[in-house]
Design a protein around this ligand. Structure first.
Ligand SMILES: *[C@@H]1O[C@H](CO)[C@@H](O)[C@H](O)[C@H]1NC(C)=O
Ligand SMILES: *[C@@H]1O[C@H](CO)[C@@H](O)[C@H](O)[C@H]1NC(C)=O
Length: 133
């Protein structure tokens, strides 16, 4: 009898447990992108997601551009940035849930004369500037 009640309570609560999971805000992610360009050069960066435009930013030498957000419960969170430097430019995923969910919650990038380099204790993600013709 006791056992049966417990099972009943479980099934009564189940819809709430499922809804609780669905409205979960996800993980808090911090991204910071450091200007490590030589020669005192500024970094120009423009980051977006489907719903957010973080605007065109100028990052001074040895400064960072940082932002944070919550991942969505669908597992589709994606932020990408357009980088412009005197050494090269490109558009790269800076937080892609599928790639980064187990890689970082504090996702740090260094932008250098060679490209855009992401570090975490798990793995690196490297984007090299395209070769100039
Ligand atoms: C870097 O950006 C700042 C702010 O926009 C600007 O005042 C400065 O002249 C820029 N420096 C260079 C080397 O372009
Ligand atoms: C990225 O920049 C940070 C801050 O200067 C530095 O401590 C770190 O070593 C850099 N990462 C690499 C692998 O160069």
């Amino acid at each position: 009898m006791m056992h049966k009640n417990k099972i009943t309570i479980f099934f009564l609560l189940m819809p709430f447990l499922l809804v609780g999971t669905a409205i979960h805000l996800g993980d808090l992610i911090h991204v910071s992108v450091w200007n490590k360009l030589p020669g005192g050069n500024n970094l120009s960066i423009h980051c977006k997601s489907k719903d957010n435009d973080l605007g065109l930013q100028t990052v001074r030498p040895n400064q960072d551009f940082a932002f944070h957000f919550y991942t969505n419960f669908l597992g589709t969170t994606l932020f990408y940035c357009r980088f412009k430097t005197k050494y090269g430019e490109g558009v790269y995923d800076i937080y892609n849930y599928k790639r980064d969910v187990d890689r970082c919650n504090e996702c740090t990038w260094n932008v250098t004369q060679y490209g855009v380099f992401g570090y975490s204790h798990v793995s690196e993600v490297d984007f090299f500037w395209p070769k100039r013709p």
